[in-house]
Design a protein around this ligand. Sequence first.
Ligand code: ADP
Ligand code: MG
Length: 275
Amino acid sequence: MADNLLVETRDLVVEFGQKRSFLGRAPQPLRVLKGVNVGIGRGEIVGIVGESGSGKTTLGRSLLGLQAATGGQVLFDGKPLADFPGGEIALRRQMQMIFQDPMSSLNPRQTIATILSKPILLHGIAPDKASALARIAEVLDRVGLPQAVLTRYPHELSGGQRQRVGIARAVMLRPSFVLADEIVSGQDVSTQARVLQLLRELCAEIGLSMAFISHDLSVIRALCHRVYVLNGGVVVEEGECEKVFANPQHAYTRALIDAIPLPVVSQDWLETTAA
Ligand SMILES: Nc1ncnc2c1ncn2[C@@H]1O[C@H](COP(=O)(O)OP(=O)(O)O)[C@@H](O)[C@H]1O
Ligand SMILES: [Mg+2]
C-alpha cells in the first residue's frame, strides 16, 4: 500500500436495517461491509472492483462521509472525517464525486453557467462572477467542452457532454479526492477510453487522488495504479493492477478476470483507443 495515505478506512463496518421489527423481534442487520481496510495515496488512482451487491457503492459513500459507519472509521489525511477542520463544507470542497449520468444531479432549470458557478461562489474560490466565469472557461476547455454549453440547459446536452460537465464540476474546486462510481458503465469502448484518459490526465495534472469503482476489471486495469477486489463486503485481494492481473491470488479475482469479454492487451490500450 502507498505510504502517506490521503483517504483510508480502518476496519470499516456498515450495516443496514437495524431498526426493531414490528413484532419486537430484533431482525438480523444486513452487514454490507465487514471490516474493510482500503487506502488511497496522494495522486493515486485506486480501483474498487466487485460484482453487483458486493458493497462498492456503500464503501464509496463511506469514503466521502455520506454513509455512516457502524464500526471502524474513515480517515482523511490521517484524521477522522468527523474532525475535519472547517467541518462539512470544507470537507465537501476536498472530496468530490462524479456521477454516472449527471442528469439527475444537474438542476434541469439552471444553465450550465449557473450550475458551474454556484460551487465556486459558495466556497469563495472566486471573489466575483467575472473571475468565476474565467475559472469556468478554463475548466470547460480542459474537459473538452465548447464554451457554447454555458448558455444551455442540461437536457440540451448529449450524455457525454453532461458527463464532462459533471467532471468539470467535480474538479472545479480543485479537490484533493474524487470518487467515480461506475461512471463509464454502458458507454461504448471509445467513449469510455476518452473519459478514462481525461480522468488520468486530470489526476496527474492536479495531483488528484481518485477512487474508481467499477464492476469491470478491464476498465480498472486500464486506469488504476492499484486495485481492491471486494466480495461480499470483504476485501479478498489487493495489489498493483498489473500484478493482480498477471497473478491473481483469489478464485474470485480469477473469475472476474475470466468474465472480461474482450482481451485488453495492455495499458497502451487507453492511449490508442482514446486517440
Ligand atoms: N440504504 C440501504 N439500505 C439497505 N440496504 C442497502 C442500502 N444500500 C445498499 N444496501 C445493500 O447493500 C448491499 C451492497 O450494496 P452496494 O454497496 O450498492 O453494492 P454495489 O455497489 O457493489 O452493487 C446490497 O445487498 C444492497 O441491497
Ligand atoms: Mg454500486
